[in-house]
Design a protein around this ligand. Structure first.
Ligand SMILES: [Zn+2]
Length: 437
């Protein structure tokens, strides 16, 4: 089929699909085109306006927030400037989990179910209103446009190989609608097939550690390098500096960084000049004791106000100006998300596989576990579980692990473990192995 015709079809499919699923997307896109040129003052004025609106809405419509504000002697009318937000005590994930139903407002419009991954192994599920969902999609789409990339362009995806047979069919279909193809496993033979398909891709995105692994495979194996890739986006994992050399060699471009979370939406996105600009229209980011505290300015169905995301960050000084010309604040570094790898006897896997394993256990078998996994040697894992496990639950855990790792990894499970740590962020995966760079 003629390439231009294919692109046209995919653009049409995308536009049609998003106008049905996300009717407010266009409005948000037009807004972002306008704010692109705003001064810092204009951006901050908008943040203040949205924050005030959010606090009033939450006070009036969320049982939790009304109590949270009043018991801490705060009234939304007390907000005279953005920094007054500091009068509101911070929240953390356990607060959102514990008070899930009373945080939800009585928002009546269209909503989508959202589920987070959990550093403590506890995943949070909540309702995201259509406008917040569309806003977030608009931000992504807008940031892609800086690189001349559109969501309907052909793309390779290193993500979500969470499949049963039915799910694979469904995923393949949804991927087709988004002109996307993905790796369904990280076995070498499958990766080689994936690399062949990359020859027609315009952009690739997903786990940076896997993009790096694939780049290495291309470079070392003397495989044909994909020529048409103009944009590479890494998410969810720290992008190590030494990834870039291999990735540029294989794909001709460095990995660009996107930083966000399910609760907050996109927090920052790397511009072509190399700065991670804060999505100031969508979030207020505070740096408190080197830690990120985020407020989602767009979501009404499940307000997120002064939320400790659990990452360590460093904000750039306000006086730094980016060469791209935008005035949005700059996130200098995210230090808390490490793209750790799990070593099997023969293969290497991204540690976020554990997220899928425990999410499956929860979604399909209603087994909700708090976990921590420790690796001290290749091909072996030590799984610590907080709960008491029934025999049938252990069997389900076994089948999930086999699904992802086959016989490549052996493990021991210890139940009734104490996983809480008062002082530092609880890590769901701790590896004592050194990376083979
Ligand atoms: Zn910039």
């Amino acid at each position: 089929m003629d390439e231009n015709f294919t692109i046209m079809i995919h653009k049409l499919l995308y536009t049609l699909g998003s106008s049905i699923r996300n009717p407010s997307l266009r409005k948000h896109l037009a807004f972002l085109e306008k704010t692109h040129y705003w001064s810092k003052k204009e951006l901050e004025d908008y943040q203040f306006f949205k924050l005030k609106e959010l606090l009033n809405y939450s006070y009036d419509n969320s049982i939790f927030y009304r109590k949270h504000f009043t018991s801490n002697n705060f009234n939304p009318n007390d907000l005279k400037k953005i920094s007054d937000i500091k009068k509101i005590p911070m929240l953390q994930k356990s607060d959102l989990l514990k008070n899930n139903s009373t945080i939800h407002t009585n928002w009546l419009g269209k909503k989508f179910k959202a589920i987070t991954s959990g550093s403590s192994g506890n995943s949070l599920s909540f309702q995201r209103d259509e406008s917040a969902d569309s806003f977030n999609r608009a931000v992504t789409q807008y940031c892609y446009s800086w690189y001349n990339v559109h969501p309907w362009h052909r793309n390779g995806y290193f993500w979500g190989f969470n499949y049963t047979f039915e799910k694979k069919i469904r995923t393949n279909f949804l991927d087709f609608l988004q002109n996307r193809f993905r790796v369904f496993s990280y076995q070498k033979s499958e990766l080689k097939f994936f690399i062949k398909k990359l020859s027609k891709a315009v952009y690739i995105h997903g786990y940076s550690s896997m993009i790096y692994q694939v780049a290495r495979l291309i470079n070392q194996g003397g495989l044909t390098k994909p020529k048409g890739i103009i944009f590479i986006k890494g998410t969810s994992e720290k992008i190590y500096k030494n990834y870039h050399k291999e990735v540029i060699k294989a794909f001709g471009s460095k990995i660009r960084s996107e930083y966000g979370a399910t609760e907050s939406g996109i927090i920052a996105f790397e511009c072509p000049a190399g700065s991670m600009h804060i999505n100031m229209e969508g979030v207020i980011v505070e740096e408190v004791n080197n830690e990120i505290v985020v407020t989602n300015l767009q979501m009404r169905s499940f307000p997120i106000i002064r939320y400790r995301l659990g990452d360590y960050i460093k904000l750039a000084s306000n006086s730094i100006k980016c060469n791209c010309g935008r005035n949005h604040s700059i996130l200098e570094e995210v230090t808390g998300r490490i793209g750790q790898l799990v070593y099997g006897k023969n293969e290497i896997y991204p540690s976020l596989i554990f997220y899928y394993i425990f999410k499956n256990l929860d979604l399909h078998h209603s087994i909700s576990l708090n976990y921590q996994i420790i690796q001290k040697e290749k091909g072996k894992l030590f799984i610590r579980i907080e709960q008491h496990l029934k025999q049938i639950e252990i069997k389900k855990i076994d089948s999930e692990f086999v699904k992802y790792f086959g016989q490549d990894i052996q493990y021991d499970i210890q139940e009734k473990c104490i996983l809480h740590s008062e002082k530092e962020k609880l890590k769901s995966f701790i590896s004592h192995l050194h990376y083979e760079f």
